[in-house]
Design a protein around this ligand. Sequence first.
Ligand SMILES: [Cu+2]
Length: 115
Amino acid sequence: MKKLFFLPFALFLLIGVNLNAQKAKDIQTVSFKVYGNCGMCEDRIESALMVPGVRLADWDQATGMLTVTFKPFKISLQAIHEIVAGVGHDTDLAKAKDAVYDKLPGCCLYERPKI
Ligand SMILES: [Cu+2]
């Protein structure tokens, strides 16, 4: 009798845990290298990523690592790389167009990786 009494609670707990697992999958945080130099690069990279599906973007000037928190069902990781490349910053998955790179201010002209 005691066991039956506990059953609804057990189910409730299981469903709760399941919902949490679902939520964790809906949001993802990754870090990857984005080539750049200075504070202006940081502004450019982070501003470019103010798009639907991206919750947080933080580029570290010292390491060149971009940490991005996003919703994979709204925006793909590849799309994020392409947005960054679109404003002139190479990543290991997407390369900026030469015309865009060439228009960057002098202080931002980082050494381009060989892709
Ligand atoms: Cu810069």
